[in-house]
Design a protein. Structure first.
Length: 648
């Protein structure tokens, strides 16, 4: 029996439509796999019109809008998914997070409660449900904050500020500085580059043509002297874009040094623990430059991205490298994403997380420094945190003032940089007492005791974190009034004497002092190449054992080594000319080694001391072999010195 012509036509059209749908689905899936979300969206939505209850299509669209931070669009697709029997626990959790970002906390609380029984090993469900029982706790200090968008923010993504002197370096995908910029599929925006701006300016400029590449750069951090940068970059090195085994370009950390002569960044190289199979990003240096914090999704973590620390290693030749990363542990890291670390001058750790209860998206958290690491994590609440993504916080004064990144102005994920200032509640404001104490100080070169004029001295009040700068006069002296009942650290850096010098520090206290008291402090500055004599260290005839009277002298050197932990020295022992040259050489070597061993026994690292005997080769006067001299003249040549070899 032959079918009517109209039925044959209908079957043909149906087959063509089915074939076209299959092709469209394959093409959309291909765009999805390549993170080309903006091309995948209209195709998936068109397919969904014909198949509105297709679970996988709804899941793809929910995931895409979630990735794009378009939580309003993502919500309706997640709502469909969790309404189906047997919805995945991960989908329930994502729906709860999207509801939080949309400010629907009561609905979010129910979804977090639904997630917990399905995945009891993940604490997020119970923790968020409990936190949303008392939302007012997130708003209790809101009146003390002032948040203001920075004038250099643009309509593009601007985020992750870093201090660079008085300026701010940040990441942005703005396109106004180049005729041609590569586009990033995920966001349909240019790749991120580094920019710099003054806080009060509406203009920003590219930070470095040596560091900016056709791919992502940023966030960054700098060392204290601003001559080393560690920055995040797509794994692009030696003009090659490296990819993982699954064809994805990961993110790595790179380091470069500033060349003041050529006025550019040089020696760009990846850090040793980068890996093409996972991302390493968001660097933060501790103020002393000896610890590097960062985020990574390397295997063995607690969730998506975790925070790690790497400690600086110095080899016997003075070379520096970064040690193996150490996970900061479950007290800091959550089952979610923990990102954008920053360590302030007090040693407190600030970072962003979506796995610790907050107001939605990424929230900013603080883990205060403690004796054995960090204490319990604190959420500073609204308006520092909002229902949007808030992250990349930096501060110079224990959180009272700083900068943060947030997309609170734009619900579709465009980030801006904001200034943050916080005033203490009135009940905590203490009227400062009139200064009634005086500090008199003297700064001198330790080698020659000469005063150091016109150098900057910083006097930091540890109680208020307020620093005062004064300069020494032509006699190397300075005077400054101090507050009572306070602890101070007095530091000297960037001195005018030659050579690389230790930052000199002294700690003083005005606690318990009477009115009109005067404190006196002398601060020696040790520099590379300095040779400093130590008071006579006596040994028994032809022996090199450390006698009790010599221990007292060496204890003074021990204090210097302890006060200046970045200093590496050569411990030098000398004899007079009496006796044979060979015997004197051996004797001085043994005496220098014995003195060094004494310091090692007191906890000084061996890598910080090179011991060497010079015998009679460096006499201070005419008393060589055969020259008649008084005992006092010979005694001048029997001496112990230390020479500053390196200042880290």
């Amino acid at each position: 029996m032959k079918l009517p012509i109209f039925l044959l036509s209908l079957l043909f059209c149906t087959a063509v439509v089915a074939k076209n749908s299959t092709l469209k689905r394959k093409l959309a899936d291909n765009y999805y796999s390549n993170f080309d979300f903006h091309k995948a969206i209209p195709m998936y939505e068109q397919l969904l019109k014909d198949h509105p209850k297709d679970y996988s299509l709804n899941e793809r669209l929910a995931t895409i809008y979630d990735h794009l931070n378009d939580s309003r669009s993502a919500e309706k697709y997640y709502e469909f998914l969790v309404g189906n029997a047997g919805a995945k626990p991960t989908v329930v959790l994502k729906y709860a997070n999207v509801l939080s970002r949309n400010g629907k906390y009561e609905l979010a609380k129910k979804q977090f409660a639904n997630y917990h029984p399905e995945n009891q090993t993940d604490t997020r469900g119970a923790m968020f449900e409990n936190a949303y029982q008392n939302l007012n706790a997130f708003y209790k200090d809101s009146a003390s904050f002032k948040i203001k968008m920075m004038p250099f923010s643009s309509e593009a993504d601007d985020f992750s500020p870093a201090y660079f002197g008085d300026a701010i370096v940040f990441s942005s995908d703005r396109s106004g500085f180049s005729m041609v910029r590569s586009m990033y599929n995920w966001t349909q925006s240019p790749y991120l580059d580094l920019y710099i701006a003054d806080p009060g300016s509406s203009k920003a400029r590219p930070f470095s043509k040596e560091l900016n590449t056709p791919y992502h750069e940023g966030p960054v951090c700098f060392n204290a002297s601003l001559d080393t940068i560690i920055f995040t970059r797509s794994f692009y090195y030696n003009s090659t874009l490296h990819k993982s085994n699954d064809g994805i370009t990961k993110i790595g950390l790179f380091q470069a040094n500033w060349n003041p002569r050529e006025k550019k960044w040089i020696n760009v190289k990846p850090l040793s623990f980068n890996n093409v199979e996972y991302s390493v990003e968001h660097p933060a240096l501790r103020e002393d430059g000896k610890a590097l914090y960062f985020a990574s999704d390397m295997p063995g973590g607690f969730g998506g991205m975790d925070l790690y620390v790497s400690h600086q290693i110095i080899d016997p030749e003075g070379g520096k490298s970064w040690g193996a990363p150490v996970n900061l542990g479950s007290a800091i890291n959550s089952p979610g994403n923990d990102l954008f670390p920053f360590v302030d001058r007090q040693g407190n750790l600030w970072y962003a997380s979506d796995g610790i209860p907050g107001l939605g998206g990424l929230d900013i958290f603080c883990a205060p420094k403690s004796a054995d690491g960090f204490s319990k994590v604190i959420n500073p609440g609204y308006p520092m945190n909002t229902r949007f993504d808030d992250f990349g916080y930096i501060t110079k004064d224990d959180g009272q003032n700083g900068y943060l990144s947030s997309d609170r102005r734009n619900e579709h994920g465009k980030d801006d940089i904001y200034s943050v200032s916080r005033s203490l509640p009135k009940k905590e404001v203490v009227k400062p007492k009139a200064p009634a104490l005086k500090l008199q100080g003297f700064v001198f070169g330790a080698a020659d005791k000469d005063p150091i004029p016109a150098c900057t001295v910083v006097i930091l009040n540890e109680k208020t974190s307020i620093g005062i700068k004064v300069r020494t006069d032509m006699q190397g002296q300075f005077v400054q009034e101090l507050q009572p009942e306070s602890e101070y650290v007095v530091s000297v850096a960037n001195t005018t004497i030659k050579g690389k010098c230790n930052e000199a520090k002294a700690r003083i206290s005005t606690v318990g002092l009477q009115k009109d008291s005067t404190l006196i402090v002398s601060i020696p500055v040790y520099c590379e190449g300095d040779v400093i004599s130590v008071a006579d260290i006596y040994y028994d005839l032809n022996k090199f054992d450390i006698r009790p009277d010599a221990e007292k002298i060496l204890d003074k050197l021990l204090k210097v080594m302890s006060d200046y932990p970045n200093m590496v020295i050569e411990l030098r022992s000398h004899t007079d000319s009496r006796g044979s040259s060979a015997a004197n050489q051996v004797l001085s070597d043994n005496r220098a080694k014995a003195a060094a061993d004494y310091l090692y026994s007191k906890g000084i690292q061996r890598s910080r001391i090179l011991s060497k005997g010079y015998g009679e080769s460096m006499l201070l006067n005419k008393c060589a072999d055969g020259v008649p001299c008084q005992e006092e003249e010979h005694q001048k040549n029997r001496r112990t010195e230390f020479k500053v070899l390196r200042v880290e």
